[in-house]
Design a protein around this ligand. Structure first.
Ligand SMILES: [Zn+2]
Ligand SMILES: [Zn+2]
Length: 357
């Protein structure tokens, strides 16, 4: 079967034939129907996220369960599932209180090699590997959702939607009437905007440098937009919020933007860092900037509880309250991987989606 494989170094990703082992105990095989291209995939290719190779890329996918290994109970053959990148033990204190993103005993995703390439094992990316016709994942990574959600929309729930909406609802816990600003309007930033709508934020200020993304943010519920290529965004956010926003979200992973998002906070405000800068980066800020009870929050995977959140997001979509179709800029066959990457790098995509099997 076809898969998009990164071989390491500066070699381009190739679409090659790979094998796949049978699901073992507690594992399921999923036929991928759609998979979104996320910046984290590019981060593996450019070395921002170091990963062992060869690796089958992709981590935002949805499909149908084809086979289950011994002992699997929560999904069955034929179920429509969204893939979760989260691995957690289910037994530690964090898991027990419903914080699986803080699991202390999570298996290392860099240990899993369910694929075979040229007779040798190949790695799985982020417990998923979605840029392939089939994958084998742990039972806990195959989350059943309402099958009426189209696969191309379901796929986005597995990363971009969960990460963005979850940052707002689960991590920052934005309340009705709050003001918020979102810096960076890729798939995740646009999902932060929608999280703000769901939370009932009174002011949702969207900041980017691409006019088309600002327009899309408005359609998704942003109440104000700031073109940071024309206007200085910190002052603009402060003006719109009488001295600073209650919540800001950084969805770029850029240190200068993180600083802007911090400076745009008002008293009592909280910055949630959703973007992922290069591994090992450190940010500098004036310590007094946090005076007046300001906070900086880290956020992993939208502080997800996948079995609760994925079906909820699917239901919000089916009820017309969460827009996903609008986030899909373009669809590609897997063979056009290089073109999709180029489109994403040019900033043209909210999300590009590969359609498989
Ligand atoms: Zn992602
Ligand atoms: Zn745990």
């Amino acid at each position: 079967m076809k898969a998009a494989v990164f071989h390491g170094g500066s070699r381009p990703v190739s679409i090659v034939d790979v094998g796949l082992r049978e699901p073992g105990p507690g594992e399921v095989r999923v036929a991928i129907r759609a998979a979104g291209l996320c910046h984290s995939d590019l981060s593996v290719i450019d070395g921002t996220i170091p990963y062992p190779t060869p690796v089958v890329l992709g981590h935002e996918g949805a499909g149908v369960v084809e086979a289950v290994g011994p002992g699997v109970q929560s999904v069955k053959e034929g179920d429509a599932v969204v893939l979760s990148t989260l691995a957690h033990c289910g037994r530690c204190a964090a898991c027990e209180v419903g914080r699986p993103t803080e699991c202390r005993n999570a298996p290392n995703p860099k240990d899993t090699q369910p694929f075979v390439l040229d007779g040798r094992p190949a790695y799985q990316f982020a417990n998923v590997s979605a840029f392939t016709e089939r994958t084998v994942v742990r039972e806990q990574s195959a989350i059943p959702i309402d099958p009426r959600v189209p696969f191309e929309c379901a796929a986005l729930i597995g990363c971009g939607i969960m990460t963005g909406v979850g940052a707002v609802l689960n991590r920052a816990r934005v309340e009705v009437g709050a003001s918020m600003a979102v810096f960076g309007l890729g798939g995740i930033g646009l999902s932060c905007v929608q999280g703000g709508v769901l939370a009932g934020a009174a002011k949702i200020i969207a900041v980017d440098v691409v006019p088309a993304k600002l327009a899309l943010a408005s359609r998704l519920g942003a109440t104000h937009t700031i073109d940071a290529s024309r206007d200085e965004p910190v002052g603009a956010v402060r003006d719109l919020t009488q001295g600073g926003a209650d919540y800001t979200f950084e969805a770029v992973g850029n240190l200068a933007v993180i600083r802007q998002a911090l400076e745009a906070l008002g008293p009592g405000g909280a910055l949630t860092i959703v973007g992922v800068p290069k591994l090992g980066s450190s940010a500098e800020f004036v310590v007094q900037a946090l005076y007046q009870n300001k906070a900086i929050l880290g956020c992993r995977y939208g502080t997800a509880r996948p079995r609760r959140d994925f079906p909820m997001l699917a239901d919000l979509y089916l009820g017309g309250r969460l827009k996903i179709d609008e986030l899909i800029t373009r669809r590609y066959p897997l063979d056009e991987f290089a073109g999709a990457v180029a489109d994403l790098q040019r900033g043209e995509l909210a999300r590009g989606v590969f359609l498989l099997s």
